[in-house]
Design a protein around this ligand. Structure first.
Ligand SMILES: Cc1cc2nc3c(=O)[nH]c(=O)nc-3n(C[C@H](O)[C@H](O)[C@H](O)COP(=O)(O)OP(=O)(O)OC[C@H]3O[C@@H](n4cnc5c(N)ncnc54)[C@H](O)[C@@H]3O)c2cc1C
Length: 331
């Protein structure tokens, strides 16, 4: 078991977890990164992929999506040392009886590791739903868009009024048979240029409407009743696919029950980023200490401190000289 255990398992593949995985690889640690979502990037990918970030050192501005791409590229340079596990939400971490190995379990599997770094932000994201009682039984209601081709020649209803909803409405006009966007307010909260593009396109725009009822059979919704919140007039939409882009809810959830010391729903760490449990560290939006600032660049710094602390923990007899990457890499 000890031979197969990873040196460090990182829970959460947001920007901080991604950078920590790279840095752990750079320090020759065997690292695994686990995320509940189908792709890496955390909040940047799920909440604001098309927004520019202006406070990343060395970049005048960079789109959140592009920062994630750069972090992935940097990680991929050390891909032989980094194992990636997606679509698995960690439910608990516990120390095994032999006391040397930590067991991290998800619904699908258990993973074994000598140390854990929690970079889970504010917890696993769950998409906001339409809030209708029978919603869960339909298979053609989507909360993420993974493959645009699945909407080819279909009648698609998109629910939402933010950047994701407007961007997908625009992108699907060339692919789908018909695109309808349904938004509960009169105005969209998206990039001005994207809204104009959508308004000038064939997209059927329904505002201020919300979903009132769903019907269909064999697990596929085929009709949605939407109601105008001002006039109270309802109409039926015949559809093949539904995309709900109402954003995400996040909560530390199971992490709050791991006997870790919490402050303001965050994990209290010391100056080594160590939690109250030996071998368990935290960085990024998950952690708190006096003066903590919840920003990407601070999270990157905490990732470096965490991995160096983990390195020292795993190699107590080695002299821990800070390793400069400029001294490590030959090209
Ligand atoms: C709209 C918006 C704009 C922002 N703009 C800026 C900005 O301009 N500059 C800036 O510095 N910061 C900005 N931030 C804050 C920044 O996004 C966060 O500080 C950053 O995302 C924190 O990164 P993280 O890796 O710690 O956590 P996150 O990005 O939250 O990633 C956490 C990851 O952990 C995963 N996870 C959680 N629980 C589990 C579990 N139990 N099992 C498996 N996986 C799990 C989640 O799925 C997620 O992928 C902004 C935030 C928002 C919402």
């Amino acid at each position: 078991m000890l031979q197969n255990a990873y040196d460090v398992t990182i829970i959460g593949g947001g920007p901080v977890g991604m950078y920590a995985a790279f840095y752990a690889g750079l320090r020759n640690l065997k690292v695994k990164i686990i995320d509940a979502l189908p792709e890496l990037g955390g909040k940047l990918k799920a909440m604001y992929p098309e927004k520019y970030i202006y406070d990343i050192p060395g970049f005048e501005k960079i789109k959140a999506n592009d920062l994630v791409k750069q972090l992935a590229k940097q990680m991929n340079n050390l891909s032989e040392k980094i194992t990636l596990v997606l679509n698995e939400r960690v439910d608990y971490v516990r120390r095994r009886d032999d006391d040397q190995i930590l067991e991290i379990c998800t619904e699908q599997a258990c993973h074994y590791t000598k140390t854990v770094l929690i970079t889970a932000g504010k917890g696993a994201f769950q998409p906001r739903t339409l809030g209708l009682a029978n919603e869960k039984k339909f298979l053609n209601i989507h909360y993420y868009v993974k493959d645009i081709e699945q909407f080819r020649d279909k009648r698609v209803a998109i629910f939402g009024g933010g950047d994701s909803a407007v961007d997908w409405a625009n992108m699907l006009t060339d692919v789908a048979k018909k695109v309808t966007i349904v938004h509960r307010r009169n105005t969209f909260r998206a990039h001005e240029q994207s809204i104009k593009q959508m308004m000038d396109s064939t997209v059927n725009v329904l505002t201020p409407f919300y979903a009132q009822d769903l019907s269909g059979k064999d697990g596929f919704v085929s009709e949605i009743i939407v109601q105008n919140s001002e006039t109270k007039i309802s109409k039926a939409l015949e559809i093949d696919e539904v995309i709900v882009l109402y954003g995400f809810l996040s909560a530390l959830g199971p992490i709050e029950n791991w006997d870790l010391t919490l402050e303001e729903h965050s994990l209290l760490v010391d100056s080594n980023q160590q939690t109250n449990i030996l071998g368990v560290y935290a960085a990024g939006d998950s952690c708190i200490y006096p003066g903590k600032v919840k920003m990407i660049t601070c999270g990157f710094g905490e990732a470096v401190v965490s991995i160096n602390s983990i390195y020292r923990y795993l190699n107590p007899t080695l002299r821990n000289i800070p390793v400069y990457s400029s001294a490590l890499k030959k090209n």
